[in-house]
Ligand binder design. Structure first.
Ligand SMILES: C[S@@+](CC[C@H](N)C(=O)[O-])C[C@H]1O[C@@H](n2cnc3c(N)ncnc32)[C@H](O)[C@@H]1O
Length: 296
């Protein structure tokens, strides 16, 4: 599979633009594009066109469609005061809890959660399979004025670390892209005894409910097809151990999610040698599931 990646020239141009004083405004312009809003800052619009992120009509090019996602996450991160998502909703997610720990984030994307935790843990590292995100993570750190986070190439199915390397493993909005049973086994392997796994993301029943609400609201057949594919894949995965429908976009790691039921997460975690921490489980107001477990 050939995953999305900036060429050397695209990488150098993005790096120059985002590290310049105009970087944050450019990021905001691509944030607007990602949300389907007009770009109001004329200078940023022209910069994005010069970078070939946008065409002459202000529409994202194939390259623009790639870079806009990490930039959208970056602006959301700035807007939530640089905190971890849902940090205020559970003590488990409070940043001081990570102090002095060795922390791994699996599926770290552009690295915004790593930036939230910057300077707090003893060791902090992200694993990310998508080259584009690994390329952009240092640029986002530079825009934030923070040190570049350590991000290594890897997949949930085979984490590139020795067993018992971490006190905490975080997995934020990413477990749905993995074969979750295998990934939980790997996360358990790299955790030290009594180490903690924290998964935040959507699960089957809230997702199925949102599918109905989304369709009633937007009447978008494209979205409905994506959601129903996720539902079919989840059912197939839970019954047969593999997706029914394969990825449609080989350049993207997030095109074919599976939203396991909470029960499936519990069983898979127990099988992996983890003990679900009953008192920390929660459905967050965002509709996402917070799933916490401890390594035996
Ligand atoms: C929605 S993003 C979330 C990024 C980050 N955790 C955050 O909260 O901002 C999901 C990330 O999971 C990564 N991912 C997808 N499949 C993966 C896998 N099998 N193993 C590890 N990471 C994966 C994607 O490349 C993407 O960066």
């Amino acid at each position: 599979m050939s995953l999305g990646e900036l060429t050397e020239a695209e990488h150098a141009a993005a790096d120059r633009a985002l590290r310049s004083s105009a970087g944050p405004e450019l990021a905001r312009a691509m944030f607007a594009v990602a949300l389907g809003r007009p770009v109001e800052d004329e200078l940023s619009l022209r910069r994005a066109i010069a970078l070939r992120w946008l065409d002459e009509n202000g529409q994202p090019t194939a390259l623009g469609n790639q870079v806009k996602d990490p930039l959208r996450e970056f602006v959301f991160w700035e807007e939530r005061g640089r905190r971890l998502p849902s940090e205020e909703l559970s003590p488990v997610l409070a940043r001081p809890r990570f102090a002095g720990k060795d922390v791994l984030e699996v599926g770290s994307g552009g690295g915004c959660n790593l930036l939230s935790l910057s300077g707090i843990p003893h060791r902090l590292v992200g694993v990310e399979p998508m080259p584009l995100y690994r390329q952009m993570s240092p640029m986002l750190a530079a825009m934030a004025g923070l040190p570049e986070p350590e991000v290594v190439e890897g997949w949930g199915r085979e984490l590139p670390f020795d067993e018992a390397s971490f006190d905490t493993v975080l997995c934020y909005s990413a477990h749905q892209y993995m074969r979750v049973d295998r990934a939980l086994t790997e996360m358990a392997r790299v955790l030290r005894p009594s180490g903690r796994l924290i998964v935040v993301g959507n699960t089957f029943f809230p997702f199925a409910g949102e599918t109905v609400v989304r369709f009633a609201r937007d009447r978008s057949l494209g979205t409905l097809k994506y959601d129903l594919t996720a539902i079919a894949n989840t059912l197939a995965y839970q019954l047969r151990g593999r997706r029914a429908l394969l990825p449609t976009d080989a350049k993207n790691t997030t095109s074919t999610p599976i939203y396991p039921t909470r029960g499936h997460l519990y069983r898979a975690a127990r099988h992996a040698g983890l003990v679900p921490a009953i008192h920390d489980q929660r459905t967050l107001p965002t509709g996402e599931t917070l799933f916490v477990a401890t390594r035996r």
